[in-house]
Design a protein around this ligand. Structure first.
Ligand SMILES: C[S@@+](CC[C@H](N)C(=O)[O-])C[C@H]1O[C@@H](n2cnc3c(N)ncnc32)[C@H](O)[C@@H]1O
Length: 255
């Protein structure tokens, strides 16, 4: 039969080969699990909500309720005479390691209490005094003229963006301000871009761990919480200088 019907023979041989292949194919290959899908890119931070407390805004980040912003009528408190006695800002400024030509952003500068005390120490550099309240910037401009300090540059930021060019800063300072940022993730991302590599952040916040510090809870921050938030934003924790009466002086670095 094979010699008489070569075409039929060829078809039968082909069918036999395909059948043999299908029969011998390991079942595991057919049922192998699909490769895990790549994680979806994070498009928006997972802010939470909570019942709004008197000093908070009802929005949370990493378990912390964000505090209300101190309005410009609080300038008198920022400029109070006994601030040096209570908080030792001159000691805090001496702890900052700034080169004479450093460009430092004072983010949440308010009335410029820190900006105007730092600017003379960086005579070939400048302080970019960033705030979101135009009234604060008006005050800063008048103070600059009154004090004759030319290297403080008032700068209007946005609630979610420092609005500074990439790699334009040697360092950033935030004094009693970060806990008020209502978009902390976006603010830190924009700051990360504005800092040069190895650029430092000096974060001064009232110590939450210390019940003797006479400040409302929402205006305090613990070292652990600050580290959680800044490390999640891609900054490296360098140290906490424990020398101030009421505040942490936490130092972070852009890798
Ligand atoms: C409590 S005041 C501290 C002012 C100043 N650092 C000081 O210690 O004297 C906080 C300041 O942060 C500002 N602020 C709040 N959110 C901000 C943001 N996203 N960007 C820049 N400034 C902000 C407020 O407008 C306010 O002037």
């Amino acid at each position: 039969m094979f010699r008489r019907h070569p075409a039929l023979t060829a078809v039968l041989l082909l069918l036999a080969t395909v059948g043999l292949y299908l029969w011998s194919k390991p079942a595991a290959v057919a049922s192998a699990p699909a490769a895990p899908a790549a994680p979806a890119p994070v498009v928006a931070p997972a802010y939470g909500t909570c019942p709004r407390s008197p000093d908070g805004i009802g929005k949370t980040w990493m378990g912390r309720e964000i505090s209300q912003v101190m309005g410009h009528p609080g300038i008198g408190w920022l400029e109070r005479d006994n601030r040096e006695k209570e908080e030792a800002p001159s000691k805090a400024i001496a702890l900052l390691e700034l080169a004479p030509d450093a460009v430092l952003a004072d983010i949440g500068a308010g009335s410029g209490y820190y900006s105007f005390r730092i600017a003379p120490k960086i005579p070939r550099g400048r302080v970019v005094a960033v705030d979101i309240q135009p009234e604060m910037l008006d005050f800063l401009k008048k103070e600059s003229a009154r004090l004759g300090i030319p290297n403080v540059q008032p700068h209007l930021g946005a609630i979610d963006d420092v609005k500074l060019p990439p790699a334009s800063l040697d360092a950033a300072l935030m004094v009693d301000a970060y806990h008020e940022f209502d978009h902390p993730v976006e603010m830190l991302a924009s700051l990360r871009s504005a800092l040069k590599p190895k650029g430092r952040i000096y974060l001064l916040e009232y110590r939450e761990e210390d019940p003797k510090v006479p400040i409302k809870p929402h205006h305090k921050l613990s070292e652990a919480q600050a580290r959680k938030e800044f490390e999640a934003a891609g900054f490296r924790f360098v140290m906490n200088k424990p020398d101030l009466p009421w505040q942490h002086l936490l130092i972070f670095e852009k890798p």
